[in-house]
Structures are given as C-alpha cells and as structure tokens.
Design a protein around this ligand. Structure first.
Ligand SMILES: CC(C)(COP(=O)(O)OP(=O)(O)OC[C@H]1O[C@@H](n2cnc3c(N)ncnc32)[C@H](O)[C@@H]1OP(=O)(O)O)[C@@H](O)C(=O)NCCC(=O)NCCS
Length: 149
C-alpha cells in the first residue's frame, strides 16, 4: 500500500527523495543532482509516496510563488512503481496542498515526454517547446481556485 506524506528537508526520507530524483531525473541525462538543484529546498513543500516497507517510490516538490501561484518541480516515480497511479496520487496531493496555500494556479515546466500525463489530469500547455536540462519541455498550468484569478 502506498501512503503520501509531506516531509521537510530535516526528515530522514529527504535523502531517499534526493536519491530517487538523481536516479530518475538526472542520471538518464548523464547528470548528477546538483547544489543548484537543491538550493532553497528547505523553503519548498516536499511530498513523497512511500510503500509499506518505507521505500520512497515517488516524489514531487511544490514551490509557492509571490504572485499567488505555485509551481511543481522534480516530479519522479521510480521505474518499477510506474503505471500504478502513484504519479496521479502525488499530483492530487499537490493540488490539495496548493489550494490550501491558497494558490490560484499550479504551473510547471513539463518534459514533453510527460505532457500526456499532465493533460490527463487537466493541465494545459501554455508555451512553445523549449529546452531545459538538455531535453524539450513545455510550460503547463491548471487553475485551482477560479474565484481568485
Ligand atoms: C511521468 C511519471 C511521473 C508518471 O508517473 P506514474 O506513477 O507512472 O503515473 P500514473 O500511473 O499515475 O499515471 C496516470 C495516468 O497517466 C498516464 N501516463 C503516465 N505516464 C504518461 C506519459 N509519460 N505520457 C502519457 N500518459 C502517461 C497513465 O497511463 C495513467 O493513465 P490512466 O489514468 O488512463 O490509467 C513517471 O513516468 C516518471 O517519473 N517519469 C520519469 C520522470 C518524469 O518524466 N517526470 C516528470 C517530469 S515533468
């Protein structure tokens, strides 16, 4: 069974979260999770998906912005846990957290390869394709609190 937990950078799951991000989001690009990648993360909201043995199967970070929106970053699900709804579960938790901030919109720079995943969850593309960390991305967003737009 998977449970979703909000953690801080002081929690022991943070090291496992970073290891997962390095394995899923950086190693396939020939990179390593950098100082730059983790700078300021103690101010960001971390959600992890944990299995019954305590293994971190997925994670996502939420960055509240000064303009009343919030940004998703570092969404990753470990390969052998994919296709089981964990990514969708992490996004559902992120939306609940972002609504409570309250943020009027959730935004992200999505890898083109994950565009369909976010579209299924109601996100729309708001930019042309651009390159980031050497791969094509698009900006995407979803309105959360329509009365605040
Ligand atoms: C993208 C990712 C987070 C999806 O996680 P997941 O746990 O496998 O996703 P889920 O099982 O919750 O899938 C939810 C739905 O999206 C679909 N989906 C999943 N990945 C998809 C993709 N890359 N493109 C299109 N649809 C996708 C699933 O088929 C499922 O559809 P359904 O509701 O009709 O069954 C995961 O594949 C991943 O970590 N990929 C590598 C890193 C990455 O690309 N991160 C995102 C960076 S922006």
């Amino acid at each position: 069974m998977i449970t979703y937990r909000q953690i801080t950078t002081a929690d022991r799951e943070y090291e496992a979260e970073k290891a997962l991000r390095n394995r899923v989001l950086r190693a396939p690009l020939g990179r390593t999770l950098s100082e730059e990648d983790v700078r300021g993360e103690e101010q960001q909201i971390h959600v992890v998906a944990v299995d019954e043995r305590g293994e971190v199967a997925g994670c996502v970070l939420i960055v509240p912005a000064a303009d009343g929106t919030a940004r998703i970053r570092q969404m990753a699900v470990q390969e052998d846990f994919r296709g089981k709804g964990i990514g969708a579960g992490l996004m559902a938790h992120s939306e609940t957290i972002a609504r409570a901030l309250p943020a009027r919109k959730l935004t992200m720079h999505a890898r083109l390869s994950a565009r369909g995943f976010y579209e299924r969850l109601g996100y729309r593309v708001t930019s042309d394709v651009f390159m980031q960390v050497t791969i094509p991305h698009v900006a995407m967003e979803k309105t959360l609190n329509p009365e605040k737009t």
